[in-house]
Design a protein around this ligand. Structure first.
Ligand code: CP
Length: 336
């Protein structure tokens, strides 16, 4: 079976630490090898992207390989995922052949597939990227699925290491207001990776915006293993007091999953959940992080985003280096 990169949960702390070291070695120019020479990586985008698309294409290229970008339903055929499907409707190609063919051309396949935000119970199981992983003869790299964005999380952990050095840090994930309900992949993966690496994690969100129960149980177990605990608060200020890292992100409510209009009224009550200088002044000189794209003066004020505390462009740059480390690792295993 190929070793996929679907969630950081499938990789040990030591493996994540070594990927971070390799990402920083690529960034510092200490690692310049081109393990993908004469090889290709397919990048399958069901959804828009700036950072992921550009940094993955560059990463493959800088490792000596050739990136093939495909957009199912646009630049490639529509895909059926269900096993045993009778394909007499609008979907043209089964994922079995899609990944089977790409597996003959490519050393790995990156996939971005957002949730439809319709049915929480179905989408929390990440069925589409799961179908890719089950059928693929080569490693699947998750470029953001319904539940996880592990490439972003590894870049974020690399950024924390780079800015603040090694060791346990007081890290806060803070929900911020956004005009639309957004998926949970980024907050899930950030919280998970922070807990895996032993950081002290505080999560602040309004009531009704709880993260997935199973994920929270996993976070608590990881924190317990590291001799710490996860603090969860419904007060935004609690995320800031004494924090060394503020990670801002909006996500939708599971209570109203698939019912954006119904959620609107509840969400409207939390418009004050925005990161500003006053809140940042409560921290221990924290860095400000966000995966981008960010809505200025809605999620965070200009003066925070444009301040030296802001690490958002470092995070975006580190996507490139972290993904080079990930691609090199999964493809190195395939080459043996
Ligand atoms: N952070 C992130 O994944 O950005 P894109 O959606 O632009 O790829």
């Amino acid at each position: 079976m190929p070793r996929h990169f679907l969630s950081t949960a499938d990789w040990s702390r030591d493996e994540l630490e070594s990927l971070i070291e390799e990402a920083l070695a690529f960034k510092r120019g200490e690692r310049r090898d081109r393990p993908l020479t004469d090889r290709s990586v397919a990048l399958v985008f069901f959804n828009p992207s700036l950072r992921t698309r550009a940094s993955m294409q560059l990463a493959v290229n800088q490792l000596g390989g050739y990136p093939i970008v495909l957009e199912p339903g646009s630049t490639s055929w529509t895909i059926e995922y269900a096993e045993g499907a009778v394909m007499d409707r609008d979907r043209t190609e089964h994922v079995a052949e899609f990944v089977g063919v790409l597996g003959r051309y490519c050393a790995a396949i990156g996939v971005r597939v957002f949730p439809a935000l319709k049915d929480w119970r179905e989408e929390r199981a990440d069925p589409i990227i799961g179908a890719f992983a089950r059928r693929s003869p080569v490693p699947i790299i998750n470029l953001e699925s319904a539940m996880h964005h592990p490439c972003q999380a590894l870049a974020d952990m690399t950024t924390i290491r780079e800015r603040l050095g090694a060791g346990k840090r007081r890290v806060s994930l803070v929900w911020v207001w956004h005009p639309k309900p957004l998926p949970m992949a980024v907050p899930n993966s950030f919280a998970l990776a922070a807990a895996q690496l032993g950081h002290e994690l505080t999560i602040a969100h309004p009531p009704g915006y709880e993260l997935d129960d199973e994920l929270v149980r996993e976070l608590n177990m990881l924190a317990h293993d590291h001799g710490t605990r996860v603090r969860i608060s419904n007060e935004i200020e609690d995320a800031f007091d004494g924090a060394q890292v503020i990670y801002a992100k909006s996500w939708g409510s599971r209570m109203f999953y698939g019912m954006a209009e119904e959620e609107r009224e509840m969400r409207a009550a939390y418009r004050r959940w925005i990161v500003d200088v006053k809140l940042m002044s409560r921290t221990d000189d924290a860095i400000f992080m966000h995966c981008l794209p960010v809505r200025r003066n809605v999620e965070v004020t200009d003066d925070v985003l444009d301040s030296p505390a802001s690490a958002v462009l470092d995070e975006a740059e580190n996507r490139l280096h972290a993904q080079k480390a990930i691609i090199a690792r999964v493809c190195e295993r395939e080459a043996r």
